[in-house]
Design a protein around this ligand. Structure first.
Ligand SMILES: [Zn+2]
Length: 233
């Protein structure tokens, strides 16, 4: 009897935690949607000024509503895959894509007239040894720019989580990939050289499976190779 009660308590506890996390997720998502235009600009400006070294990676922020995995991304100036710098990528992801096949169509275009996202520089910090490192933690940003925390607190009782949702809820450009599973082999099929991260994007905000993350990598050789990957959480 005691063990049964105990088991029920444990199951109930786990259920309550899952439910709590789902509620928190929904609250943060709607809080981010409530951000006023002026606060949005201010938050972006403050996050952009946290770094002490030139940023090389960017967060993706929504500009237009995206459906069915079809969107356009305008890439920033200094991409590690250099041939993609300032190019527009017209991306179309098949919603029924399986892990083994990569039915993502990507058209590379020099027409930079439209993008469904804005980009915000990921704060980059110069270290004592002269190297630089990306800093993703809002607690660190708040120390450098205290006004950030004040604005985030207007929208949520958890300003750190809110700041993360605000800038890091969709994807990253030219940033080291954050794999959900073990990393796949990324070698250029033409030159066998290293592939560079172009962008990663969550499925939910682009109208696809919210448990999927899509990754696009590119090589620097003259064959201009692109590879796509998908992983599930
Ligand atoms: Zn190559």
């Amino acid at each position: 009897m005691i063990t049964a009660t105990f088991a029920l308590l444990v199951i109930g506890g786990i259920f309550a935690i899952i439910l709590w996390e789902m509620v928190q997720h929904q609250l943060l998502m709607s809080a981010v949607k409530d951000v006023s235009a002026s606060d949005r600009e201010r938050l972006i400006g403050l996050i952009s000024s946290v770094g002490t070294a030139a940023s090389t990676s960017y967060f993706l922020l929504p500009r237009n509503e995206v459906h069915d995995g079809k969107f356009t991304i305008l890439l920033p100036k200094q991409m590690d895959a250099r041939w993609l710098s300032e190019k527009s990528l017209k991306v179309s992801i098949d919603p029924d894509s399986a892990d083994e096949i990569h039915p993502t169509t990507i058209q590379v275009s020099a027409d930079s007239s439209q993008s469904d996202f804005s980009v915000v520089p990921i704060p980059r910090i110069k270290m004592k040894n002269g190297k630089a490192q990306n800093r993703y933690q809002p607690t660190y940003w708040f120390k450098k720019e205290p006004e950030l925390e004040i604005i985030c607190r207007k929208y949520s009782r958890n300003p750190e989580a809110f700041a993360s949702y605000f800038v890091d809820g969709i994807g990253r450009v030219n940033a080291p990939f954050e794999w959900l599973q073990s990393p796949p082999k990324m070698r250029c099929p033409s030159c066998r050289g290293k592939m560079h991260p172009v962008f990663q994007i969550d499925g939910g905000p682009i109208g696809l499976n919210s448990e999927a993350v899509y990754y696009v990598a590119a090589c620097n050789c003259e064959n201009e190779q692109i590879q796509t990957f998908m992983q599930l959480s």
